[in-house]
Design a protein around this ligand. Structure first.
Ligand SMILES: *Cc1c(COP(=O)(O)O)cnc(C)c1O
Length: 355
């Protein structure tokens, strides 16, 4: 028998979540963000499930080329543009769209030539101070871009730092609008949080990521409340059971000690599978569909669970680490992180299959 852990992707959830995005932003086109191997869900499988989206956004040239080679004909945006001039040949060959966020990228474009035009998302830094041109550099960047022989359409773009929490988007949005207003250009601003909470950010293209995978971008609203369905279930099974006497300790460091006689299940999942080591005692977990808690420290290949209230559970009992009735957001919170990190951290050794 093989080790029982696996990640199961639910295409119907992806389809549902895309619909939620459509209903929330009915007049915008949707650029489905499928970077980082579709947040760990598998690039091509997710692209297939989301083929009704109006375009895809990825990080690397490699991801974009894999999409084209699999036959996806929608616009594909490289979210950080190219990292070297030589990549532009691949960009034109596969008709990819580019974020342009710095002057070096513009210089490379000036030298490029191709019969096909490259569509560009010109990125403005409106306050996040990560990528993008400063407001005062916008006129020059636009003039430079327009002098590039390969240039196709220009879309103006920015990214919010706090769409999911206070103080929200107002300041960045106001600055963007001031810069955008005199220019008759399409625009794109919203990530999942802005898409769901700030309709005034929707514009021509929205860029949902995390919501498509069924996770909430907010700490104060659950995915279920937003109508989102988890697209991934991380499942495994109990591989051993221990009877621990009151006062007995569980796992490395013995940080959990039994406050009464307990049945402890050992689950084939550890931090080498991508489960967070920082998930402390009490992290929710499902055994045979019943909610219980983890005990002690997570090991590399195993973790322990409380089976005291589950007398029927034993070796072979199915375990859900997240997915279904247990949101990855809850597990992330218990580990002091966000769902994005857990989904992306699924290890190579955890096989991915489709429901
Ligand atoms: C990752 C990313 C998104 C998607 O963000 P979510 O919070 O996952 O919706 C949107 N835009 C840009 C530029 C990104 O890098």
């Amino acid at each position: 028998m093989t080790r029982p852990i696996q990640a199961i992707v639910h295409p119907s959830a992806l389809v549902n979540n895309l619909l939620v995005a459509r209903q929330a932003a009915p007049i915008s086109k949707i650029l489905a963000v499928i970077k980082a191997n579709a947040y760990g869900h598998g690039l091509l499988r997710v692209a297939k499930a989301l083929e009704e989206s109006d375009g895809f956004a990825v990080l690397s040239l490699d991801e974009a080329v894999r999409l084209r080679e699999a036959g996806f004909a929608q616009p594909i945006l490289l979210l950080e543009g190219v990292f070297a001039e030589a990549e532009l040949a691949v960009v034109t060959e596969h008709q990819l769209s580019l974020v342009v966020h710095n002057q070096a990228q513009i210089e490379w474009l000036k030298h490029a030539w191709s019969p096909v035009r490259i569509d560009v998302f010109l990125k403005l830094n409106t306050g996040m101070n990560r990528l993008g041109f400063a407001p005062q550099d916008l006129p020059q960047a636009l003039a430079d871009l327009r002098s590039c022989p390969v240039l196709g359409r220009i879309t103006l773009m920015t990214h919010f730092a706090t769409a999911d929490e206070a103080p929200g988007v107002n300041e960045q949005l106001a600055l963007f609008q001031t810069l955008h207003q005199p220019l008759a250009l399409p625009s794109s601003l919203a990530n999942s949080a802005a898409l769901l909470r700030y309709p005034e950010t929707h514009a021509d293209w929205v860029r949902p990521g995390i919501m498509l995978y069924g996770s909430s971008p907010f700490s104060d609203r659950s995915a279920a409340e937003l109508g989102l369905e988890p697209a991934m279930s991380l499942v495994s099974a109990v591989i051993a059971v221990q009877h621990v006497k009151v006062g007995g300790r569980v796992g490395y460091g013995g940080v959990f000690s039994a406050d009464r006689d307990m049945r402890v299940g050992v689950v084939a999942c550890g931090y080498a599978d991508g489960y967070p080591r920082h998930a402390a005692t009490g992290t929710p977990i499902l055994v045979e569909g019943v909610r219980t808690r983890t005990l002690g420290r997570v090991s590399m290949d195993m973790l322990m669970v409380d089976l005291t209230a589950l007398p029927q559970a034993g070796i072979g009992s199915p375990v859900t680490l997240w997915g279904g009735e247990l949101s990855v957001d809850e597990v992330a919170r218990a580990a002091g992180t966000i769902s994005y990190e857990l989904l992306c951290a699924r290890a190579e050794r955890v096989p991915l299959s489709e429901a």
